[in-house]
Design a protein around this ligand. Sequence first.
Ligand code: HEC
Length: 145
Amino acid sequence: MKAWILAGAACAALGVASTAIAQDVITARREGMRAEGRQMEAIKAVIDARGDTRPIVERVDTITGFYRDLQALYPVGSGTGQTRALPAIWSDPAGFEAARTNIVGALAVLRSAAASGDVAATAAAFNQVGAGCAACHRGYRAAAR
Ligand code: HEC
């Protein structure tokens, strides 16, 4: 009897702990997404000003690092709480992974364009990255609420 009570208490404590861990990972991915959004704005400012695109490479590398490791920020069980992540992330993992791979590929194109110093090519590649952000959000992020 006593063992059962202790086991129950341990399970309850574990439940609280895993909810806290899920919220940490949710906070990390949301902050990361916002940071990459700011990087994208900084890149856009250079393109709009028709500035030197070569320093953009470093920003692209930062963004790429985030999306390369994105899966780690979406563990099973992190779909509830302060999050707009849709259940499709876990029910359609192949689709989510394809959206992730797609943006990493688009970022590689942006990187070479920026490194070449060609503003028009950089602008075109930037738009493709933006389309990659939007495509994933359409399928895997809930509308703002
Ligand atoms: C592979 C899918 C995927 C890609 C690609 C993606 N996002 Fe997201 N993004 C999400 C999901 C899912 C959320 C919701 C996260 C949550 O609320 O837990 C999100 C949330 C966000 C948010 C809101 C963060 C907040 O404060 O809640 C911003 C801003 C954002 N993304 C920007 C971007 C930008 C910019 C890009 C492209 C450079 C991008 N995202 C690419 C899936 C993606």
